[in-house]
Design a protein around this ligand. Structure first.
Ligand code: CA
Ligand code: CA
Length: 220
């Protein structure tokens, strides 16, 4: 009996350990330059691009770690380094919209991290707007000279991550805009922060989806 309990506890720890090790890379950027161009009263296109104060990093976690740091103000260094978020906005209510699009993060010599984005825009009020969603088709692309390395303005890591791409992951984004409501008119120059976590496909996120489905079936 006691042996079984210990065995179960050990198995639980092993699962917990492998779950946290599933995240192979992360990224985060602050002070991106956000803009919105409406195409109708309920639809439009949101973009976030590098501004004068943008900074952040892309970090490889597993199995060896390394960080490509994009120093605050890296735009002025005039390298290939770039961050581009492009998301559709399709309002389903006064406080919610669906969105899909793309993310491209470019290192200083032109290599890219690319992902498809799909998720939900939401506002709890007070001008606070969140986008949360999933990333699919996540690739590290070794463009131009084959250096195999994702280079920040400081630091770098080997792009040969574990598992087979495309990877998947999760993406979130935030801005606060006191005036103008929830995608009611065009804006630009809006400070935006964004971050994400990348896992090997068809990793933990697919399992979470299946578990959710099973739970719903049990309740039904
Ligand atoms: Ca390259
Ligand atoms: Ca590179």
């Amino acid at each position: 009996m006691r042996f079984n309990v210990i065995l179960c506890a050990t198995a639980g720890l092993a699962i917990a350990g492998s779950a946290s090790a599933d995240v192979i890379a992360t990224f985060g950027f602050t002070d991106l330059n956000g803009a919105y161009a409406p195409s109708s009263s309920t639809t439009g296109t949101f973009t976030a691009n590098v501004g004068a104060l943008t900074g952040g990093d892309v970090t490889r976690i597993s199995p060896s770690s390394g960080t490509a740091e994009f120093a605050t103000g890296f735009l002025a260094l005039a390298t290939s380094a770039n961050v581009q978020v492009n998301l559709s906005v399709s309002k389903t209510s006064a406080t919610e919209a669906t969105g899909s699009g793309t993310l491209v993060i470019t290192d200083i010599d032109g290599d890219t991290l690319t992902a498809d984005l799909s998720g939900l825009w939401q506002t709890p009020g007070f001008g606070v707007v969140f986008f949360s969603g999933l990333m699919g088709n996540v690739y590290f692309n070794d463009n131009g000279a084959a250096d195999g390395t994702f280079n920040g303005t400081n630091g770098s890591f080997d792009m040969d991550l574990p598992g087979n791409p495309p990877y998947t992951g999760a993406f979130s984004q935030l801005y606060i805009r006191f005036s103008g409501g929830f995608f009611t008119s065009a804006f630009s120059g809006q400070t935006v922060s964004t971050d994400g976590q990348i896992v090997p496909a068809p990793g933990a996120l697919a399992l979470v989806g299946l578990a959710g489905l099973a739970a719903r079936r049990r309740r039904a």
